[in-house]
Design a protein around this ligand. Structure first.
Ligand SMILES: C[S@@+](CC[C@H](N)C(=O)[O-])C[C@H]1O[C@@H](n2cnc3c(N)ncnc32)[C@H](O)[C@@H]1O
Length: 289
Protein backbone atom coordinates (compact mmCIF):
# COMPACT_ATOMS: atom_id res chain seq x y z
CA UNK A 1 0.00 0.00 0.00
CA UNK A 2 1.16 3.54 -0.69
CA UNK A 3 2.89 5.40 2.15
CA UNK A 4 0.13 8.02 2.07
CA UNK A 5 -2.37 5.38 3.18
CA UNK A 6 -0.20 3.76 5.82
CA UNK A 7 0.19 4.86 9.45
CA UNK A 8 3.67 6.21 8.84
CA UNK A 9 5.43 9.49 8.10
CA UNK A 10 4.67 10.53 4.51
CA UNK A 11 6.16 14.01 4.73
CA UNK A 12 2.77 15.73 4.86
CA UNK A 13 1.55 17.60 7.94
CA UNK A 14 -0.38 15.78 10.67
CA UNK A 15 -2.02 17.32 13.71
CA UNK A 16 -1.01 16.28 17.23
CA UNK A 17 -3.67 15.08 19.67
CA UNK A 18 -3.67 13.59 23.16
CA UNK A 19 -3.34 9.84 23.49
CA UNK A 20 -7.07 9.43 24.17
CA UNK A 21 -7.61 10.12 20.45
CA UNK A 22 -6.34 6.61 19.71
CA UNK A 23 -9.28 5.24 21.71
CA UNK A 24 -11.70 7.26 19.56
CA UNK A 25 -10.17 6.21 16.24
CA UNK A 26 -9.90 2.62 17.41
CA UNK A 27 -13.66 2.47 18.10
CA UNK A 28 -14.25 3.92 14.65
CA UNK A 29 -11.84 1.53 12.96
CA UNK A 30 -13.41 -1.54 14.52
CA UNK A 31 -16.92 -0.29 13.80
CA UNK A 32 -16.14 0.48 10.16
CA UNK A 33 -14.45 -2.89 9.66
CA UNK A 34 -17.40 -4.76 11.14
CA UNK A 35 -19.98 -2.64 9.29
CA UNK A 36 -18.31 -2.96 5.90
CA UNK A 37 -17.49 -6.64 6.26
CA UNK A 38 -21.10 -7.44 7.16
CA UNK A 39 -22.88 -5.11 4.76
CA UNK A 40 -20.82 -5.24 1.59
CA UNK A 41 -22.49 -8.23 -0.05
CA UNK A 42 -26.02 -6.80 0.10
CA UNK A 43 -28.00 -4.99 -2.57
CA UNK A 44 -27.42 -1.40 -1.35
CA UNK A 45 -27.20 0.98 -4.30
CA UNK A 46 -24.32 2.69 -2.47
CA UNK A 47 -22.52 2.53 0.86
CA UNK A 48 -21.38 6.02 1.80
CA UNK A 49 -18.93 7.22 4.42
CA UNK A 50 -19.50 10.82 5.49
CA UNK A 51 -16.80 12.56 7.53
CA UNK A 52 -17.72 16.20 8.01
CA UNK A 53 -14.75 17.18 10.23
CA UNK A 54 -12.15 15.15 8.45
CA UNK A 55 -8.84 16.85 9.28
CA UNK A 56 -5.77 15.89 7.24
CA UNK A 57 -6.09 12.10 7.35
CA UNK A 58 -3.31 11.38 9.84
CA UNK A 59 -2.39 12.48 13.35
CA UNK A 60 0.37 12.07 15.87
CA UNK A 61 0.01 11.46 19.58
CA UNK A 62 1.64 14.04 21.83
CA UNK A 63 4.97 12.72 23.08
CA UNK A 64 5.11 9.86 20.57
CA UNK A 65 6.97 9.65 17.28
CA UNK A 66 4.66 7.43 15.21
CA UNK A 67 1.79 8.39 12.91
CA UNK A 68 -1.81 7.20 13.12
CA UNK A 69 -4.58 7.03 10.57
CA UNK A 70 -7.27 9.62 11.18
CA UNK A 71 -10.95 9.01 10.48
CA UNK A 72 -10.91 9.65 6.68
CA UNK A 73 -8.09 7.19 6.05
CA UNK A 74 -9.67 4.66 8.38
CA UNK A 75 -12.71 4.82 6.12
CA UNK A 76 -10.62 4.60 2.94
CA UNK A 77 -8.33 1.75 4.00
CA UNK A 78 -10.93 -0.61 5.44
CA UNK A 79 -10.67 -4.05 3.79
CA UNK A 80 -13.98 -3.72 1.97
CA UNK A 81 -14.22 -0.02 1.10
CA UNK A 82 -17.39 2.06 0.93
CA UNK A 83 -18.61 2.92 -2.54
CA UNK A 84 -18.64 6.70 -1.95
CA UNK A 85 -16.78 9.03 0.39
CA UNK A 86 -17.74 12.56 1.46
CA UNK A 87 -15.05 14.52 3.30
CA UNK A 88 -15.43 18.08 4.62
CA UNK A 89 -13.32 20.41 6.69
CA UNK A 90 -13.46 24.11 7.34
CA UNK A 91 -9.76 24.36 6.53
CA UNK A 92 -8.83 24.44 2.86
CA UNK A 93 -5.30 23.40 3.80
CA UNK A 94 -6.54 20.28 5.61
CA UNK A 95 -8.58 19.25 2.60
CA UNK A 96 -5.65 19.79 0.21
CA UNK A 97 -3.47 17.54 2.39
CA UNK A 98 -6.22 14.94 2.68
CA UNK A 99 -6.77 14.95 -1.09
CA UNK A 100 -3.09 14.23 -1.61
CA UNK A 101 -3.18 11.37 0.89
CA UNK A 102 -6.26 9.86 -0.74
CA UNK A 103 -4.83 10.07 -4.29
CA UNK A 104 -3.48 6.49 -4.36
CA UNK A 105 -7.01 5.18 -3.70
CA UNK A 106 -7.84 5.84 -7.34
CA UNK A 107 -10.73 3.43 -7.63
CA UNK A 108 -12.77 4.95 -4.81
CA UNK A 109 -15.31 7.71 -5.40
CA UNK A 110 -14.24 10.58 -3.17
CA UNK A 111 -15.91 13.96 -2.76
CA UNK A 112 -14.13 16.79 -0.93
CA UNK A 113 -15.73 19.93 0.48
CA UNK A 114 -14.25 23.00 2.15
CA UNK A 115 -16.43 24.97 4.54
CA UNK A 116 -18.64 24.87 7.59
CA UNK A 117 -20.07 21.37 7.89
CA UNK A 118 -23.39 22.80 9.01
CA UNK A 119 -23.72 24.60 5.69
CA UNK A 120 -22.43 21.71 3.58
CA UNK A 121 -24.63 18.94 4.98
CA UNK A 122 -27.54 19.68 2.63
CA UNK A 123 -25.30 19.51 -0.49
CA UNK A 124 -24.00 16.13 0.62
CA UNK A 125 -27.50 14.84 1.33
CA UNK A 126 -28.61 16.05 -2.12
CA UNK A 127 -25.72 14.13 -3.69
CA UNK A 128 -26.60 10.94 -1.79
CA UNK A 129 -30.26 11.28 -2.79
CA UNK A 130 -29.16 11.79 -6.40
CA UNK A 131 -27.14 8.55 -6.22
CA UNK A 132 -30.23 6.81 -4.83
CA UNK A 133 -32.43 8.15 -7.63
CA UNK A 134 -29.99 6.91 -10.27
CA UNK A 135 -29.78 3.41 -8.79
CA UNK A 136 -30.71 0.50 -11.00
CA UNK A 137 -33.93 -1.41 -10.51
CA UNK A 138 -33.84 -4.05 -7.80
CA UNK A 139 -31.21 -2.30 -5.72
CA UNK A 140 -31.97 -1.04 -2.25
CA UNK A 141 -31.50 2.47 -0.90
CA UNK A 142 -28.05 3.66 0.17
CA UNK A 143 -26.49 2.67 3.47
CA UNK A 144 -24.60 5.49 5.14
CA UNK A 145 -22.31 6.08 8.09
CA UNK A 146 -21.58 9.65 9.26
CA UNK A 147 -18.64 10.21 11.59
CA UNK A 148 -19.04 13.64 13.15
CA UNK A 149 -15.92 14.61 15.05
CA UNK A 150 -15.48 18.36 15.48
CA UNK A 151 -13.04 20.02 17.87
CA UNK A 152 -15.77 21.05 20.28
CA UNK A 153 -19.37 22.17 19.86
CA UNK A 154 -19.30 23.03 16.15
CA UNK A 155 -21.85 20.38 15.20
CA UNK A 156 -25.34 21.87 15.16
CA UNK A 157 -28.54 19.91 15.69
CA UNK A 158 -29.89 21.18 12.36
CA UNK A 159 -27.08 19.24 10.66
CA UNK A 160 -28.20 16.04 12.34
CA UNK A 161 -31.75 16.71 11.10
CA UNK A 162 -30.48 17.30 7.57
CA UNK A 163 -28.39 14.12 7.48
CA UNK A 164 -31.18 12.11 9.11
CA UNK A 165 -33.43 12.91 6.16
CA UNK A 166 -31.54 10.10 4.37
CA UNK A 167 -33.32 6.92 5.34
CA UNK A 168 -30.34 4.79 6.37
CA UNK A 169 -27.90 7.20 7.95
CA UNK A 170 -26.09 5.91 11.03
CA UNK A 171 -24.15 8.31 13.24
CA UNK A 172 -21.09 8.25 15.43
CA UNK A 173 -21.19 11.65 17.13
CA UNK A 174 -18.54 13.35 19.22
CA UNK A 175 -20.19 14.56 22.43
CA UNK A 176 -18.00 17.09 24.18
CA UNK A 177 -18.18 16.78 27.95
CA UNK A 178 -15.34 18.97 29.23
CA UNK A 179 -16.09 22.01 27.02
CA UNK A 180 -19.74 22.45 28.04
CA UNK A 181 -18.91 21.65 31.68
CA UNK A 182 -16.59 24.67 31.66
CA UNK A 183 -19.15 26.84 29.89
CA UNK A 184 -22.56 25.96 31.31
CA UNK A 185 -22.39 28.78 33.87
CA UNK A 186 -21.41 31.36 31.22
CA UNK A 187 -24.12 30.26 28.80
CA UNK A 188 -27.03 29.52 31.09
CA UNK A 189 -28.48 33.03 31.13
CA UNK A 190 -27.39 34.25 27.70
CA UNK A 191 -30.38 35.66 25.80
CA UNK A 192 -29.31 34.66 22.29
CA UNK A 193 -28.41 31.19 21.08
CA UNK A 194 -25.12 29.81 22.35
CA UNK A 195 -23.01 26.98 20.87
CA UNK A 196 -24.56 24.70 23.48
CA UNK A 197 -28.08 25.66 22.36
CA UNK A 198 -27.13 25.03 18.73
CA UNK A 199 -25.56 21.68 19.57
CA UNK A 200 -28.71 20.49 21.35
CA UNK A 201 -31.03 22.31 18.97
CA UNK A 202 -33.03 23.75 21.86
CA UNK A 203 -32.70 25.20 25.35
CA UNK A 204 -33.95 22.27 27.37
CA UNK A 205 -30.35 21.68 28.51
CA UNK A 206 -30.70 24.88 30.54
CA UNK A 207 -33.60 23.42 32.57
CA UNK A 208 -31.71 20.14 33.00
CA UNK A 209 -28.66 22.05 34.19
CA UNK A 210 -30.66 24.21 36.60
CA UNK A 211 -32.34 21.22 38.19
CA UNK A 212 -28.95 19.59 38.71
CA UNK A 213 -28.11 22.50 41.07
CA UNK A 214 -24.57 22.81 39.73
CA UNK A 215 -23.75 19.17 40.46
CA UNK A 216 -22.02 17.51 37.56
CA UNK A 217 -22.72 13.94 38.72
CA UNK A 218 -25.32 12.48 36.39
CA UNK A 219 -25.74 15.73 34.48
CA UNK A 220 -24.20 14.53 31.23
CA UNK A 221 -26.19 11.30 31.45
CA UNK A 222 -29.39 13.38 31.49
CA UNK A 223 -28.15 15.61 28.68
CA UNK A 224 -27.19 12.63 26.51
CA UNK A 225 -30.59 11.04 27.20
CA UNK A 226 -32.20 14.31 26.07
CA UNK A 227 -30.10 14.26 22.89
CA UNK A 228 -30.96 10.64 22.26
CA UNK A 229 -34.63 11.33 22.82
CA UNK A 230 -34.40 14.00 20.12
CA UNK A 231 -32.72 11.48 17.84
CA UNK A 232 -35.63 9.11 18.46
CA UNK A 233 -38.03 11.78 17.14
CA UNK A 234 -36.09 11.55 13.85
CA UNK A 235 -36.68 7.80 13.66
CA UNK A 236 -33.56 6.64 15.51
CA UNK A 237 -33.89 3.75 17.88
CA UNK A 238 -34.58 4.78 21.44
CA UNK A 239 -31.84 2.85 23.16
CA UNK A 240 -32.22 4.17 26.69
CA UNK A 241 -32.92 0.65 27.84
CA UNK A 242 -29.46 -0.50 26.80
CA UNK A 243 -27.24 -0.51 29.89
CA UNK A 244 -25.51 2.77 30.76
CA UNK A 245 -22.25 2.81 28.90
CA UNK A 246 -23.37 2.78 25.28
CA UNK A 247 -21.42 6.05 24.91
CA UNK A 248 -17.77 5.28 25.66
CA UNK A 249 -16.01 7.98 27.62
CA UNK A 250 -12.55 9.26 26.71
CA UNK A 251 -10.54 10.71 29.60
CA UNK A 252 -7.31 12.69 29.77
CA UNK A 253 -4.12 11.59 31.52
CA UNK A 254 -5.48 12.98 34.82
CA UNK A 255 -8.55 10.78 34.46
CA UNK A 256 -10.79 13.79 33.80
CA UNK A 257 -13.71 13.21 31.37
CA UNK A 258 -13.20 14.75 27.94
CA UNK A 259 -15.81 13.45 25.53
CA UNK A 260 -18.03 10.57 24.61
CA UNK A 261 -19.13 8.94 21.36
CA UNK A 262 -22.86 8.70 20.76
CA UNK A 263 -23.99 6.05 18.31
CA UNK A 264 -27.35 6.28 16.56
CA UNK A 265 -29.06 4.05 14.03
CA UNK A 266 -32.63 3.54 12.92
CA UNK A 267 -31.98 -0.20 12.89
CA UNK A 268 -31.21 -2.77 15.57
CA UNK A 269 -28.37 -4.26 13.51
CA UNK A 270 -26.32 -1.08 13.84
CA UNK A 271 -26.72 -1.17 17.62
CA UNK A 272 -25.71 -4.82 17.68
CA UNK A 273 -22.48 -3.88 15.90
CA UNK A 274 -21.87 -0.93 18.20
CA UNK A 275 -22.50 -2.91 21.37
CA UNK A 276 -20.07 -5.51 20.15
CA UNK A 277 -17.23 -3.11 19.51
CA UNK A 278 -17.60 -1.06 22.72
CA UNK A 279 -17.16 -4.14 24.87
CA UNK A 280 -13.44 -3.42 24.59
CA UNK A 281 -11.51 -0.19 24.24
CA UNK A 282 -8.32 0.51 22.27
CA UNK A 283 -6.21 -0.63 25.18
CA UNK A 284 -7.93 -4.02 25.35
CA UNK A 285 -9.80 -3.08 28.54
CA UNK A 286 -13.29 -4.37 29.15
CA UNK A 287 -16.10 -1.86 29.65
CA UNK A 288 -15.29 0.29 32.66
CA UNK A 289 -17.79 3.08 32.16
C1 LIG B 1 -10.88 16.75 15.93
S1 LIG B 1 -10.49 17.25 14.33
C2 LIG B 1 -10.99 15.88 13.36
C3 LIG B 1 -10.02 14.78 13.43
C4 LIG B 1 -10.33 13.65 12.47
N1 LIG B 1 -11.65 13.11 12.69
C5 LIG B 1 -9.29 12.56 12.61
O1 LIG B 1 -9.63 11.44 13.04
O2 LIG B 1 -8.13 12.83 12.28
C6 LIG B 1 -11.72 18.40 13.95
C7 LIG B 1 -11.64 19.00 12.56
O3 LIG B 1 -12.82 19.78 12.35
C8 LIG B 1 -12.51 20.89 11.55
N2 LIG B 1 -13.59 21.87 11.79
C9 LIG B 1 -13.77 22.70 12.84
N3 LIG B 1 -14.90 23.40 12.70
C10 LIG B 1 -15.48 22.97 11.55
C11 LIG B 1 -16.69 23.29 10.88
N4 LIG B 1 -17.54 24.20 11.36
N5 LIG B 1 -16.97 22.65 9.73
C12 LIG B 1 -16.12 21.74 9.21
N6 LIG B 1 -14.94 21.40 9.80
C13 LIG B 1 -14.63 22.01 10.96
C14 LIG B 1 -11.12 21.30 12.01
O4 LIG B 1 -10.43 22.03 11.00
C15 LIG B 1 -10.47 19.94 12.32
O5 LIG B 1 -9.73 19.48 11.22
Amino acid sequence: MDKYLLPEDDGLPARTFGKWTTAKTDYLQRYVDLFETSMRGKLWCARCYIDLYSGTGKYQVKGQTGFNLGSPLIGITTKYPFTHYFFADISQENIEILKQRCEPATRLRKNFYVGDANLLAQDIVNEIKFIERSRSKGQWASLNLAFLDPNGLELEWSTIETLASVNKMDFIIYYSQSGPTRNFENCINVEGDTDIDRFFGDRKWRDIYKTSHGKSAGLHRKLIDHYKHKLSTLGYMDVKDIEDGAEPLMKNSKDAPLYRLIFASKHARGHDFWNKIIKKDAFGQGKLF
